[in-house]
Write a protein that binds this ligand. Structure first.
Ligand SMILES: *Cc1c(COP(=O)(O)O)cnc(C)c1O
Length: 349
């Protein structure tokens, strides 16, 4: 009953096997190994983007920050929602890596950026000439931090607004696979066909030990990205172990299979919870994350039964037993429906 996050679970066994297998013999370092050539070719196929520049880093924060630094000037502002990982959970790394770009927070609906709010936020910048921030890239997250998912057409609407102002767009895809499975579209439709310029393509939350790819559909800034990655201390010398993980992730569509499992667990959990009168969903779960409100006494019961998850807005143990509190429940690929059933059984008892 581990629903605290999708990074608390194990890496998939075939990924660990691939790392062990990569541990033989000698090879070029720093991404010049044959494994990286295979990863690059495969990701270009997967994204139908033969020209794309592709790099690996070991954390999502590095992927987002170095990608956004590459798209920004130090005097720019990056447009994102308030709950964006780059705003709430990266300790100002995008501002640091960009050498001073700031973030402008844009209104949202269920963590999805609102087109009107984006247009207004962009229009409001640059009114102070040399004295104010200049307009920089737009960054959105799919699946969002609240477990909602943008469709390709919703993404196109936002990138269209960015393009009206000549701005680039970045997609934080820490849960890219979960969003893709949820939408049933292709990786190209979710990204460059919808106007996205750069993607952080997540792996760690979906079964890798620690690898995220950065994909730049326009290779113009590839060299700059490489320099920023090295200067930012994210160019791994024993890079073969990063490539091996990503290769295993893409083989036989393991990445899609794992995301489908996580989403299925989440759907089962949501269905079972819906049967409870006292449970209210903050938004309809669309991928592998649930935000739901229910009374403190039910939280207490679940936590005492061994369920692990974050209570978002209060102390589950102290206070009025009937006061509703919000649970964030995240399903990883490994929990399986047994985990969901155990949680639902504990809820019923
Ligand atoms: C987890 C996560 C990341 C990456 O986080 P790291 O801890 O740096 O790997 C990025 N974006 C989102 C939306 C996430 O949930």
């Amino acid at each position: 009953m581990f629903f605290a996050s999708d990074n608390g679970g194990p890496a998939h066994p075939s990924v660990i096997e691939a790392i062990a297998k990569a541990n033989g013999g000698y090879t070029s370092a720093y991404g010049a190994e044959a494994g990286m050539d295979r990863v690059r070719s495969r990701l270009r196929e997967v994204f139908e983007a033969p020209e794309a520049a592709i790099y690996l880093v070991a954390t999502g924060t590095a992927a987002n920050s170095i990608a956004l630094a590459t798209l920004s000037n130090p005097w720019d502002t990056i447009f994102c929602t308030s709950m964006a990982h780059i705003n709430e959970d990266e300790c100002n790394a995008p501002e640091f890596y960009s050498g001073g770009a700031k973030l402008t927070l844009v209104g949202d609906q269920d963590a999805k950026m609102s087109p009107d709010a984006l247009r207004a936020a962009i229009a409001a910048e640059e009114s102070r000439g040399v004295h104010g921030a200049q307009r920089g890239p737009v960054s959105i997250t799919n699946a969002t931090e609240k477990g909602t998912v943008y469709s390709p057409s919703e993404i196109s609407t936002l990138t269209g607004i960015a393009q009206d102002f000549g701005l680039k767009t970045h997609l934080d895809g820490a849960r890219f696979a979960n969003a893709l499975v949820s939408q049933g579209c292709t990786p190209a439709e979710m990204t460059w066909k919808a106007g996205i310029d750069v993607v952080s393509f997540g792996g760690t939350k979906n079964g890798l030990m620690g690898v995220e790819a950065v994909i730049l559909f326009d290779p113009d800034k590839a060299w700059e990205f490489e320099l920023r990655r090295k200067r930012g201390a994210h160019l791994f010398s024993k890079h073969r172990f990063l490539s091996a993980q990503m290769e295993a992730y893409l083989a036989d569509d393991l990445w899609l299979d794992l995301a489908a499992r996580a989403n299925a667990t989440c759907a089962r959990l949501a269905d079972g919870m819906r049967a409870h009168d006292s449970v209210e969903f903050l938004h309809e779960p669309a991928a592998n994350i649930i935000f739901a409100r229910f009374p403190r006494k039910l939280h207490k019961k679940l936590l005492e039964a061994g369920a692990q998850y974050y209570v978002w807005d209060g102390d589950a143990h102290q206070g009025d037993p009937d006061e509703p509190l919000t649970a964030r429940l995240v399903c990883d690929w490994s929990i399986g429906t047994e985990g969901a059933e155990a949680f639902l059984a504990a809820m019923r008892d």
